[in-house]
Design a protein around this ligand. Structure first.
Ligand SMILES: *Cc1c(COP(=O)(O)O)cnc(C)c1O
Length: 393
């Protein structure tokens, strides 16, 4: 039989995350490839879910999500960002942020429509755009030209040039995976201006909204002038509460855009786990202190891993948010991230992810690998010691 996969998905093979995790398992390497924490979320959240399941919350919840969670999401965004959402029509619960992103793209992007996004980019955006038969228009984030440890950022003229009359959507992920960049007010302001001037819908991926460091603030694009009526904002419980396996996410935005997402998503997943939704609703109200402590702990973990990588000889790019650090492999004498990531587990006992997979033009990320720091301090220290032994020897 010929390759049965539809042509629009040709080229999407097994993800590199699965390959690197398998390699780490085979070699006993410490897995700093995939971004999931190795500790649990708040006790009350775990127990809240168990209590609901034992108590009989086990049938289909409403397709839009439990009203308790939709109300908690609306309250949370009002309190922290001053944004107003009607829980009935402007908040929609999805199976993780991933389903929210896919449903949003499928609901709004016609075949041939262009979608502007920033590379390196989270892998699910490309898959969703391909499913919709849209066309990606990547804008590259680069460490600025002076090189000396400055954050990844885009060139405003490159962003302006990427917008055409065919642009339907721009996907904005801040805090950003994999670079750790948090977009500034000026950067968000330019994105907002281009959206308003060209009638473009913004889709924001804010799953790391709580995970910003050194006092840097997350700025939701929907809070910029004229953006509330043209922005779909996606977030989820996975990263905020260290429950990446739960897949409870939500989309907020104006009623017509949320209605479009619902129309598509009712045929993808229909609804998301109701017991988990109730537990997450409570945690959004009651566990802000836990979230702050987790953020502070992650800032320390970022510094710990950055110091370890630098001591091993990597060039380390600074991160203001997320779970990740990007490391330049060239000072260690390597040239290609894929080759390096394939050999590191065996040579050094540590697994990472090659940054190439996050780029439309892979050449741009050839010299970078991504390390996750959302791990126990002892695990990060052991990884750092192994990498130093490898880099120095
Ligand atoms: C982890 C991650 C997601 C996926 O979130 P889920 O809620 O697990 O679907 C989406 N976007 C980015 C940038 C991520 O890092």
């Amino acid at each position: 039989m010929d390759e049965p996969l539809v042509t629009r998905m040709a080229g999407f093979g097994e993800t590199v995350f699965a390959e690197m995790t398998r390699l780490a398992d085979e070699t006993g390497a410490i897995n700093l490839g995939q971004g999931f924490p190795d500790t649990d979320g708040p006790r009350s959240l775990l127990e809240g879910a168990a209590r609901r399941i034992a108590g009989g919350v086990n049938q289909y919840p409403p397709g839009s999500g439990r009203i308790e969670l939709r109300t908690a999401v609306a309250e949370d965004r009002r309190t922290r960002y001053g944004l107003d959402h009607d829980p009935e029509t402007e908040v929609y619960v999805t199976v993780g942020a991933t389903a929210g992103i896919a449903a949003s793209v499928l609901a709004l992007v016609e075949p041939g429509d262009e979608v502007v996004l920033f590379e390196p980019m989270y892998d699910s955006y490309s898959g969703a755009v391909a499913l919709a038969q849209g066309v990606r228009r990547p804008v590259t984030l680069r460490p600025s030209a002076d090189g000396a440890g400055t954050r990844f950022a885009f060139d405003p003229d490159e962003l302006r040039a990427a917008v055409t009359p065919r642009t339907r959507m721009i996907i904005v992920n801040s805090p950003h995976n994999p670079t750790g960049t948090v977009f500034t007010a000026a950067e968000m302001g330019l994105i907002a201006e281009l959206c308003r001037d060209n009638d473009i819908v913004a889709l924001t991926d804010e799953v790391y909204e709580h995970l910003t460091y050194d006092g840097v603030a997350h700025l939701p694009l929907a809070s910029f002038p004229g953006m509330a009526e043209r922005t779909l904002s996606v977030s989820s419980a996975g990263k905020t509460f260290s429950v990446t396996g739960w897949k409870v996410g939500w989309v907020t935005g104006p009623a017509p855009l949320v209605r479009a997402v619902r129309t598509v998503n009712q045929f993808l997943t229909y609804s998301a786990n109701g017991a988990l939704q109730l537990a997450v609703a409570d945690a959004l109200r009651d566990e802000a202190e836990w979230v702050r402590a987790q953020r502070d702990a992650l800032q320390g973990k970022r510094d710990r891993l950055a110091a370890g990588l630098a001591a091993a000889g990597f060039g380390v790019e600074p991160a203001q948010g997320s779970y990740f650090l990007m490391a330049d492999i060239r000072p260690l004498g390597f040239a290609d991230g894929v080759e390096t990531a394939r050999s590191l587990p065996r040579l050094a006992g540590v697994a990472a992810v090659p940054a190439q997979v996050f780029y439309a033009d892979q050449e741009k990320g050839r010299h970078l690998v991504r390390f996750a720091f959302c791990k126990k301090d002892g695990v990060l220290d052991e990884a750092a010691a192994r990498l130093r032994a490898f880099g120095g020897g």
